[in-house]
Ligand binder design. Sequence first.
Ligand SMILES: [Zn+2]
Length: 321
Amino acid sequence: MNCISCGNKDDTVPVDDYKIWTLYHCKDCNLHFWDPLDFDETQYRNRVKYSRYELFEIIEPYHHQALKVLQDNFKGIHGKLNILEIGCGNGSFLNMLTDKSGLNANYYGIDLNCHAIEFAKNNFGFGENVKCVDFLDESEFSSERLYDILIILEVLEHQTELHVFIDKLKKMLAPGGCIIGTVPNNDRYIPLGIREIWDYPPHHFTRWDSLSLRRLLSNHNFQTIEIMSCNHWSISRLSNHIQSLLVRRFRNFIFKKSVEMETTNMTSLSTFLVFIRTLNKYVIKYIFRILTMPILLIMHSHYINSGRKGTLIMFFAKNIK
Ligand SMILES: [Zn+2]
């Protein structure tokens, strides 16, 4: 089995199985990858309308960290930046950048999920700057302009055509342009040793650590500027998780209600959605944080004892060729 990142064929060994997939470990670059690599984009395209991403403006701790990296490196630079987020979802992070970064920039976003893009257009006013397209599909998304910064948060691990994806990134980058992204840290602390279901195919096809990331970036002529661990078990992250589990139950009710309203009255629908989001932003979110505090403290002590760093790895790199 050839490593899908470094191409090494002598040092990849099978280490796990899941359903129809086998997990391989490349001993050369340290990447773990699943085989077969059969990406099913419909799972993203068809994701339910009014999911938690549309109902609640979810800002994760890594969003704050990415914001800081971008401010530290690009604030006050001459000229206007073109920034594209690939997999921008409902536009929460782009909205955060617009409001808080102080960068002189045009913001663009793309995502496979048209409901999320609709939300970004209607609620954050991104208009035609956000599009529901497949990044890899040349007929849907081609190079109309070059970008100074490409943002790929929680995107790389979903890719099955790794080199095609990176080549397209490079094609879209202006000379000296940068990429910033995150991936789940394969060496993270995993509570009770039970790996989350989203870390398996058909969601994630690769598992990264700092070594495998550095190798991928240098093999593609990126200069790694920073690799950091991020998103420790924070109270907001934990309460987000628990909240989203409970919201799944509540979602059917909201979904039914929203569809009813959509056919009768669009104004009351948007008032209803604004009400739900505001209620979450100022009340529900904090109730969850208080309720989850004891669980967090236990998990935090386990996390400290595990000696492991970060649930995610953030990388920031410059295109040098
Ligand atoms: Zn490899």
